[in-house]
Design a protein around this ligand. Structure first.
Ligand code: SAM
Ligand code: SF4
Length: 325
């Protein structure tokens, strides 16, 4: 079992399988994109599988694939197929922008993917296009319909609270939960890079205020919802949750590690602390030595993030599309 020095049990690994993406969301990437890692630096599927197998021995039993956009990595379905055969891994999920889901949903389900989180920041075609710079809302909606059809249900929808989201649009999202098995997750924007600034933080509390004005709200729970608090309207099929890393830190229950596409094990989304697993693996270190490295890494997992302290932000350029959110 992996327990860190703050007595947190680490059982969840998020794997960024690529730093490439088919969108250019204004808050995540500059318009010209980012400089990608050379292919030879990316972990091969065999290397990812080897790392997950070792991690599983250490008590990691939940994994999430992310990116960049995970579905742009060639043959991703084969990776999922192999990961789903690793003993002790009991939950495999994916965070995707959903653009390619209409093509892959069925194969993903058959390969053993269990749960889907789809990032969808707007239900308005024009606003969706502005946020993603090149996405077509209809592609994502078709992907969601296709995913329901092959048995992904419920589906989680991540909505980033950008400053120009308005009450009307939040109500539009909330209304969908009455008749659809979707779990909405409103995410507070995190000010982590210099190319997108939000003057006003739209806080999760504002979503709750809108919801309460709209209909009667009850507290509930959803499997795998991590740090989100979850609510629903009476008799609704879906739920809505609030993820508020800014206004309510949840570092004291953090159970996760992150593996970047180039093989760095990152210990906190907002810290530069990392351990390179790719090089030791390529140098042929034994499984025992890799285990020792992972245990040492967990030892230095930071207690909490300091995103609320401006000084840290200034010193740190940070790319969500490389770490995976
Ligand atoms: N491409 C996939 C997607 O968009 O779902 C996976 C990678 S993306 C980096 C993962 C998540 O990070 C998305 O839901 C995105 O909204 C979120 N994200 C990116 N930048 C963020 C920021 N500054 N604050 C909060 N969430 C952010
Ligand atoms: Fe791509 Fe996801 Fe970043 Fe948007 S949030 S640019 S979809 S990695």
């Amino acid at each position: 079992m992996l327990i860190d020095r703050y007595n947190r049990r680490i059982d969840y690994l998020r794997i960024s399988v690529t730093d490439r993406c088919n969108l250019r969301c204004i808050y995540c990437m500059p318009e010209c994109g980012i400089i990608h890692k050379p292919h030879k630096e990316l972990l091969s599927f065999e290397e990812i599988i080897e790392i997950v197998a070792v991690m599983a021995e250490l008590g990691i039993d939940k994994i999430r694939l992310t990116g960049g956009e995970p579905l742009v990595r060639k043959d991703l379905v084969n990776l999922i197929n192999s990961l789903s055969k690793i003993k002790r891994i009991k939950d495999i999920s994916m965070t995707t922008n959903g653009i390619l889901l209409k093509r892959y949903a069925k194969e993903l389900k058959q390969a053993g993917l269990m749960r889907l989180n789809i990032s969808l920041d707007s239900l308005r075609q024009d606003r969706y296009k502005i946020i993603t710079r090149q996405g077509r809302l209809e592609d994502v909606l078709e992907g969601i319909r296709g995913s329901f059809k092959v048995g992904f249900s419920p589906i989680k929808i991540n909505i980033l609270l950008l400053e120009d989201i308005d009450e009307c649009e939040i109500s539009q999202f909330l209304r969908l939960t009455n008749e659809n098995p979707i779990n909405l997750r409103f995410l507070e924007f995190m000010p982590v890079n210099s190319f997108y600034k939000s003057e006003k933080l739209f806080s999760s509390q504002m979503v709750m205020d809108i919801a309460r004005r709209f209909q009667e709200v009850e507290e509930t729970s959803v499997y795998g919802n991590g740090p989100a608090k979850v609510y629903k309207f009476k008799n609704a099929l879906g739920t809505f949750g609030i993820i508020s890393p800014m206004s309510h830190k949840f570092c004291d229950t953090c159970n996760r590690l992150r593996l970047t596409s180039d093989g760095l094990l990152r210990l906190c989304l907002h810290s530069d602390l990392k351990v390179n697993l790719r090089e030791p693996l390529r140098r042929g270190l034994s499984q025992e030595e890799i285990i020792r490295l992972i245990k040492l890494a967990v030892e230095i997992k930071p207690k909490q993030h300091f995103l609320d302290k401006e000084t840290i932000l200034k010193s740190q350029e940070f790319s969500m599309c490389q770490i995976g959110g």
